[in-house]
Design a protein around this ligand. Sequence first.
Ligand code: BES
Ligand code: MN
Ligand code: ZN
Length: 491
Amino acid sequence: MLAIRLSAGPDRLDTLVLPVRAAADTDGGDTPATLAPTGPALPDEVLAEATALLPVTRLTGRAGETYAHLRPARTPARLLLLGIGDGADRAWRAAGAALTRAGRDETHITFSVPTGTGAEAVRALVEGLLLASYRFRLTEAGESPALTGVDLLVDDPDAYRDAVEVAETTARMTRLARDLTNTPSSVKNPQWFVAQVEAAAADQPDLHLRVRGPEELAAEGFGGILAVGGGSASTPRMVELDWRPADARTHVVLVGKGITFDTGGISIKPVPAMKLMRKDMAGAAAVVAATLGAAALRLPVRITTLAPLAENMVSGSAFRPGDIVRHYGGLTSETTNSDAEGRLVLADALAYAVRELQPDLLIDLATLTGANAVALGKRTGALYSENDQLAADLLAAVDAAGEAAWRMPLAADYVEHLGSDLADLHSSPAVGAGSVTAALYLREFTGDLRDRWLHIDMSAPSWADGDDAELTRGATGWGVRGLLRWLATLD
Ligand code: BES
Ligand code: MN
Ligand code: ZN
């Protein structure tokens, strides 16, 4: 990961980055930009040169605009002008992302941070720098970026140390979630995922990891996970990761869908729908990474994270449409479509959380339905909860983190379609509103925690088709940033 250093003086000037914003009293449209005043003293001649340059650059100051200027045989040899926008966190994140991309061929750059910039803005800037510099190590062709270090020139480095630390942890964990999600499913079976969690959790003494294999899952009645995983040569697992700080008062259970590949099973997916199904464990990756982040930041909240892991394959031992699955705790599902597998594994984990863990709050994240993108587009998660306060808190945290979610209705008129003649529930009623009916199905497993439960269908925002601000092509790590923000508000 890029090394970020706070510094009060320019002790190394290879490439100097100066902040540019729209001239005062304009709306940032196509009016010329001005240099934002910066703290630690920089050579006057450099500032004069940048100022003279501005009118001919056509920069407007919009966040993420860049302009490079060479100064052969002088120091610094390169000037980079960076648009910082309106000062909102979102603009700072975009500016950081643009800076990482514009500076990718440099080895070291120095950014002179505007005077009076708040700690939250610096946090967003660093998140943008670190997230946009992400590349997946196995599949990205070409050379890796040269850029290894960014110095942030500020008046008072101590004022920003915490912000940078939180940003670094947030970015490190988001990058971990991206790595897990981008990894091909030939590598990423349930056992491999467990090994990654073990390795990541090893250096935290207050983190406890319990892993259930197929025998334990069978002995305890996790019938949904076993049914979905039954068709694969790689047997299912369930991760239970517990962050248990001594001073915790609130106990949160996080559940994440961990389908390491989703063929659809016997109800097999067509080629276009299957090609990215290695991402179908992005929920599990997000909740695990958020928990590791909470531990690294020593957040004073107890978190138990459940990741039911299975590969949904086609084989002679695969479960069939029409099979009846008995979940943890005893509720049964008639499974008319083996491609509705995510809810079957989540049902077990939710029921387990309700019966055995009795947390204060129960949250699940899942790449659950294609309908998420149909309803809300490519960047926005579908959030469901009966609890207005909880929904508002999560939406606020997700938004502050630079992610997006939209609250959706647990529409009562679809509940009747969950009925089955053969079982307690029908797992995949084909009545439209796919994201809504999936959420209603999950709700049936929340027992007495029904009004302290929140579900996010994150199928859409878990993946980016191309680079976009702090997102890079491929897995986005969606949910890690929002969850960490939200967890930090609990006590
Ligand atoms: N993993 C998919 C959902 C998905 C689709 C995630 C696209 C990311 C991108 C899920 O298991 C699934 O197949 N859902 C079905 C449900 C249906 C069979 C009731 C769907 O959305 O079509
Ligand atoms: Mn599926
Ligand atoms: Zn799936």
